[in-house]
Each structure stands twice: as C-alpha cells, then as structure tokens.
Design a protein around this ligand. Sequence first.
Ligand code: 5GP
Length: 533
Amino acid sequence: MPVLSAGAGLHETLALLTSQLRPDANHKEDMVFLKDVFSEKSLAYLMKIHEKLRQYERQSPTPVLHSASSLVAEELQSGPMSVEEKELLHLLTSPHLRAVLSVHDTVAQKNFDPVLPPLPDDFEDELEEESVKIVRLVKNKEPLGATIRRDEATGAVIVARVMKGGAADRSGLVHVGDELREVNGISVMHKRPDEISQLLSQSQGSITLKIIPAIKEEDKLKESKVYMRALFDYNPLDDKATPCQEAGLPFKPGDILQVVSQDDGTWWQAKKVGDSNLRAGLIPSKQFQERSFRLSRKDRQGSSGEANASEPGEPEFLTYEEVTRYQQRPNERPRLVVLIGSLGARINELKQKVIAENPHRYAVAVPHTTRPKKSHEKEGVEYHFVTKQAFDADAQNNKFIEYGEYKENQYGTSIEAIRSVQAKNKMCLVDALHTLRTGEFKPYVVFVKPRIPESRRRRSAATSPAGGEHGRITEEELQEMRQSAQQIEQQYGHLVDRVLIKEDSASACAELRGILERLEREAFWVPISWIRT
Ligand code: 5GP
C-alpha cells in the first residue's frame, strides 16, 4: 500500500485517495460518488491554490522594492530604448498593470492610512441602545456627499439625500432617512444646519458618525401585518424544541404578538406589541404548537385519561387567535361588556354603581324569572316574569346565555334582553362569560380581581384593601380568594381583555367607568373573524 511522505501536500493526498478507491459490490454507488467528488477539477485547483499560498506563507516574502510604479515611470524611460524595452514599457503602462503595481506599492509600504482614531469611551453604552450604528468613513478632502434636514415633528437631524458616487454613497453605510446623532463625538441634536454642515465638511481623513438607521421603506412594506393574541403561556427557556432559547420570545396568554415572519413553518418571528425592543424573537408556529399540545395530551391521557377542558365554541387547542384593531364607529351599537370577578370582587355591586351613575349610557339586561312578581315590581323592569313552561321552552331553544335556579325559582338572561339594551344604544354589562364571542356582540372582557395581600404579616397592617371592605378576613379566606383568582386566570385568562385590580369599591368603580368610556373612543384588539363576518 502506497504511503504518503510527511511533507506530502493535500493535492497528493487527494490523488492517492482516488487511486485507493476499490470497486466494492456492496457500496458501488457510494464509490462512484466519492470518485466523482475526488476527481472534480475545481477541487484539485483549490488544493493547488491552497498549497501555493501555504508555500508563500512559509517563505514569508518581503518586498524587494517599495515603489515598483516609479521604476516603470523613471528607470525604464531614461535613456534610449531598444525595441524590447519599448515593448516592456508599453505592457507595464497599460492601465491594469499600473493598477497592480500601485496595489503592490501600497502593500509594500504598508500604506493603509489614515489610521482610525480609537473608539469613543462610551462605545459600550451606545451598544445598549440597540439601533445605534457607529459609522467610520475614510474620505479625502471631498465632501461627505450627503445632505441633511431637520424632522419638524421630532427635531431629529435626518439624512435627506445621499449623492451618487460620493463618500457616503460609496461606503454603503449611510442611507436616506437615517438619523444623525453625532459627528466625531459631537452631538448635533441642538445644532443649526449650517453648524452641522461645517462639522461634516471640517472632518478630513476619517469621520465618525453616530447614526440611528432608518427602517427601509421596502422593509416596512415587507413587514407582516399579522397580529395574534397569544392564548397560551410560552417560555423559551422551558422549551426543549426551540432551535435557540436565547432567540425565543416569551409571552403570556392575552399578549398581542406581531408576527413579522412566517417564512419558516415551524418557528415564526414575532414582536410583542408595545415592547420597545425592535428585534423579533422566535415563537412556535400555530401548527407546530397544536402538534405539541396534541402530543402532550396523548402523553397525559396515557397516564390519567384527563380531558381537555375548553369553552364551548372554542378551538380544540388554544394557540393563537388572529386579531385586528377595531374602533367602534358612532353609528355602530356599543360593544357588550363582560365582567368576571374572582371571589371578593363583588362585581354585581360594581356594575350597579356604574349604571346608577350613568343610567342613560349603561344598563344590564333584564332577566327572566319564574318567581311571582312582587307588588313594587314592574314587568320588564326588574324582570320578565314568565311561567315555568315558557322558561323551559326558552331554555330548550337556547334563548338564554345562562340560567340557574334559586329557591326553587328559575332565573336566566336572554340574548334578546341584551339586544334590546343595545338597541337603545346603551352599553350592556353582563357577568356571564358565555358563547357571545361573535362579531355581533364583540364582548370586551374585564376581569375584576381584588388586591389580595401576600402574607398574614403584611395584612396585619390593618389597611388591607381586601380586608378593608370585608371586615377582618382570615388567612383561609384570603387563600380561597387567591385560589379563585388563579382559577379564573387559568380558565379564562386568554379571553380577558383587561384586568382590573380592585383596591376598594370607589376606585374600582372610577376605573371601570374610565375603561367603558375608552371602549367607545379608542381602538382595541379583536379577533379578525369578528370583523370579516
Ligand atoms: P330575587 O328573586 O331576590 O330578585 O333574586 C334572587 C337571586 O336570583 C339573585 O340574587 C340572583 O342570584 C338570582 N338571579 C337574578 N337574576 C338572575 C339571572 O339572570 N341569572 C341567574 N342565574 N340568576 C339570577
């Protein structure tokens, strides 16, 4: 078997390997493939180039001359010339060879000036500010080749034009729309345009610019307009499937995510709405997350047979719900407002208070009951008084959004009763979170949660908000309140638009009033299906 000498190059190794390939009946295809790869001409050339470079590296050549260009210009041209000398001169003065000689001289003289000044001391801090770019340009006496303007709204200094072929353009680092913050470490924020121009033109050799890069128009257009409400809790640090935990975007149920790229079917890129971080993070795609849920459910069912509890009418797996901004128009009927409260929230009282303050704007749906009318009551005011048969028939026909029994009488709220409140252009407040998640009602869900002190020690300060209104509460009762809030969060968290932490009745009432007022004035996220239908 041939043996390679210690000094043998890659080229020889490759030739030897090729000759060693023996036909093998079992791996015929692999052999043919390997032979093809080894005999590939470009690979042989690459090997040769590699070896030549290695060879020169070992020789560590030093330039014989530092000025080959002047040799051509001066030495060759002095004195009478033979025909051969003339031909050589002709060859050496062709533009390409002149350029090669000039490069040779630059390298030989190590003439890479100008030397760039050290980076500013506060450089590290700048990097904290994610979008800042430090641009270092080398230019001669020529101007930068960019014009600036001041943004009237923000006062920022913006690059207005970049002249084709100028220093800024050639660098490829300065673009129209970039915000200029500093020139050579001097802030331009409060400078006049002529002062800034002077700063820019004064700099010779190298110039350092601190820039906030513009988001390119085409990028803005490319940017996806897909928004999703997260319906589950995601922490990339707990996710073994993610290709990169650090690149993951954590979120909670109810967070609105702008999905900026769905190019990858498994990992989407998204940003959290309202988050100042400009960089997108990885989140599992809807399909991928559904698959994960399906797999983990199978696992669980294998051991305990636990079923998946979801609201009627909800998708089987709660992953994401596509949403869009919706602003109620003046001619549209008011949105339905759903109040849900955990133990101790006393939402009924809250609801009645808000309505009493503003009975023309807010109302509750008049419930149906089978109990007899009391003397002070009026049909259709406190209740719709109906017979048991009529009530049962309505219940059968799904006329109620919810119903229940109290002291052997039946009570229920009908969809029609809600519609009739809305027909009067009043905002209807209900406390049943049911299947009214449709474009007709566009429910806005407020979860009222009493502030519950964390420990007994803190509570003993006596001004506990939860305790304040309820008198003294025991640690057990507090624990029940905590559990109730947790349960609601787990079960309905993904449907909640707003959490109202109730300190006391008066402040909660004021806050709720504020929420209801904004609901008519401002835009809110709603499922896209409510708008498309
Ligand atoms: P009352 O007969 O004193 O007017 O009401 C008794 C109870 O009936 C109330 O405290 C409340 O719990 C219940 N009730 C009133 N309206 C409704 C309703 O629309 N649905 C259900 N499930 N219960 C109601």
